[in-house]
Design a protein around this ligand. Structure first.
Ligand code: NDP
Length: 323
């Protein structure tokens, strides 16, 4: 047997139970890994509450981790027993040991620790595709990043600055504003009530070519109003709740805007894309241009407390669960 956090029904943090589960056998094309660290992500909250539908119950939530390969199934040649690996994507993360399709694993470079690996795969690969592909940020661009002191947010601020962009980071309090500025945000705005007027002031009326909005319902309209004509709204999360259905005529009225609702799964579906996105992330982290801030750790069995902190907006940077 091994230990895992499972949910048997959707609900609050109390539905997350620390249970004995059978140690998985790696099937064909799968590897068995022993986790050293597991990443906490807002998407875990969506699966717990039911905003994202659980594929089965009981369900081991969690989609990111780092550890050591301890067994491989038939046909696996890309990794071997003893390899240090990390991943983001497949559910089943909140467990001491897990089986996973081997083609979803990447080898962790020696200069990247298990904790950093577990903290950065999902949030860092998200920052990569958002900044390098959804909208390819250029030196000289001014961009808006919501939840700028969060896990994805602190990585976005550092990476965008490294590219040469000016980041306007949105946060909920002064402490988070200072943290975002210390990680590369040139400007910070507290709350979204003054977002549009602040973007107007900072850009001299030009507004921005892209807004990265992970907050959803509460900030959607202010984000659209912060865009320059032909600007791109990347609505990539729903921390405040999902954006309600809306009239696409609004995109015309506000200046022929573009809107996308991207997911990491699409951008890393092909093995070559996964390798490219991960390599780019390992480069910026390895060079020191982007530092992964693990600002909270919790024992895996206390994942419920980690969810409470994340949902209460008490965390900054990344959070790791230790089995
Ligand atoms: P964060 O560390 O950013 O935590 C969420 C933050 O959102 C909070 O700290 C808070 O920052 C802000 N927030 C605003 N409104 C609320 C609210 N009502 N309740 C809670 N938080 C709120 O989390 P992650 O880095 O794990 O994820 C950031 C976002 O990115 C999430 O929305 C997630 O779903 C999304 N995501 C999307 C992916 C994709 O591919 N589409 C992949 C990975 C993440 P503040 O207090 O400063 O407002």
């Amino acid at each position: 047997m091994t230990k895992a956090i499972r949910i048997h029904a959707n609900g609050g943090p109390e539905v997350m139970l620390w249970e004995d589960v059978p140690t998985p056998e790696p099937g064909p094309n799968e590897a068995l890994i022993k986790h050293e660290a597991i990443g906490l992500n807002f998407i875990d909250v969506y699966f717990r509450t039911g905003l994202y539908k659980a594929p089965n119950m009981p369900l081991i939530i969690g989609q990111e981790g780092a550890g050591t390969v301890i067994a491989v199934g038939a046909n696996v040649t890309s990794v071997a027993v003893g390899d240090r690996v990390a991943y983001a994507g497949p559910l089943g993360g909140y467990a001491t040991e897990r089986a996973i399709p081997a083609d979803r694993l990447v080898k962790l470079p020696d200069n990247i620790s298990f904790q950093t690996g577990a903290a950065m795969m999902l949030q860092g690969m998200t920052a990569q595709y958002l900044l390098r592909r959804t909208y390819r940020v250029k030196a000289g661009d001014t961009i808006v990043v919501h939840a700028a002191a969060g896990g994805v947010g602190l990585i976005m601020c550092q990476w965008a600055k490294h590219i040469g962009a000016t980041v306007i980071g949105i946060v909920s309090n002064e402490e988070k504003a200072a943290l975002a500025r210390a990680h590369g945000a040139a400007h910070t705005v507290i709350g979204h009530a003054t977002l549009v007027q602040e973007v107007k002031r900072i850009t001299g009326g030009a507004m921005v070519p892209v807004v990265y909005d992970s907050v959803g319902k509460d900030t959607f309209n202010a984000s659209l109003d912060s865009l320059a004509p032909l600007g791109l709204m990347a609505s990539y999360g729903s921390a405040s709740g999902p954006v309600p259905p809306f009239d696409i005529g609004i995109l015309a009225a506000k200046g022929s805007l573009y809107l996308t609702r991207p997911t990491l799964a699409t951008y890393t579906a092909k093995r070559a894309d996964l390798e490219g996105v991960a390599a780019d992330l390992f480069d910026v982290v390895g060079s020191g241009a982007v530092k992964i801030q693990v600002n909270q750790t919790f024992p895996l069995k206390e994942a419920g407390a980690a969810h409470i902190a994340l949902e209460a907006r008490q965390t900054t940077g990344s959070t790791v669960l230790i089995p």
